[in-house]
Design a protein around this ligand. Sequence first.
Ligand code: ATP
Length: 301
Amino acid sequence: MDNILTVEHVSKSYTGHKALDDVSLEVPRGAIYGLLGPNGAGKTTLIKLLTRLYDPTSGVILLDGRDIRDYDPSELYRLFGIIFQDFGKYAVSVTENIHFGDIRKEVKEEEIRKAAEEADATDYIGHLPNGFDTPLMRIFEENGIELSIGQWQKLAIARAFYSDSDVLILDEPTASLDPMAEQEIFNQFDRLRADKTTIFVSHRLSSATVASKIAVLEYGKLIEEGDHRTLMAKRGRYYELFSTQAKRYVTEGEAVLEEVPEDVRPHRVPPSGMPPHGHSNVGHPNGGHPHPMGAGKSRKE
Ligand code: ATP
């Protein structure tokens, strides 16, 4: 079966307010699927329906062709790895925080370290007083260490890599990370989860270029779906959102992102797209990294 998840004519109302309105979409197996759209568009609601925190008011969601309501919840939670914006912080050691990604596994130092590496967390863990054994938070341990929000976020991502779930769902998991770290992590999704499915919500459109498929929601409706290149060529809502964000990154003396079409570039940048003095990648929404798959290249569709 090509699609792991199929959303068919799904609507969701909260006390009369329609948060999702007749949404149909397909998440191909092995895809990196990005959900984009402005605040209140219905992205988190869709994630909550996929993970059965709520059920749709109408319509159906199929996992491998079977209504998700027919699955035993424990079976669903085994298949799904979820990181919400308000991810868990636990007053235990770094190792145990990562091990919570899959408590059925025996703690193996090597696997814990691998997950931390994949989440780009080993650098700061190496600087903690006791490395992986450092107790976190000052609730039970006086010498417990407080982490920054971005450091907690990397730990939550390490937990997700450790769990190795078939479908990893991330609701703005990287919002507190600096753009370089975020791009590194999205690159890892592509490299490490080639045979797994990843669904993510992000407000940073630079991360959407990694997605093999992107859905744009607005006022509860699915308004566009496709990969980065297709949606840019369409010159619709995605093109508009992407161009607006890309413009914000471009300042005098910095390189212009090649995907930003000439007619939306700021006037002070020469039309050739070359910076007036020297060349720098600092303002590149991809954080200066080459695109991992070539912009908008589809993986497994
Ligand atoms: P954001 O980008 O701000 O996180 P979103 O696209 O994830 O937004 P949702 O959180 O899905 O949007 O919200 C969609 C709509 O549903 C909003 O109008 C919101 O006010 C409403 N909503 C969400 N959760 C509830 C709830 N539990 N009860 C009532 N209304 C809700």
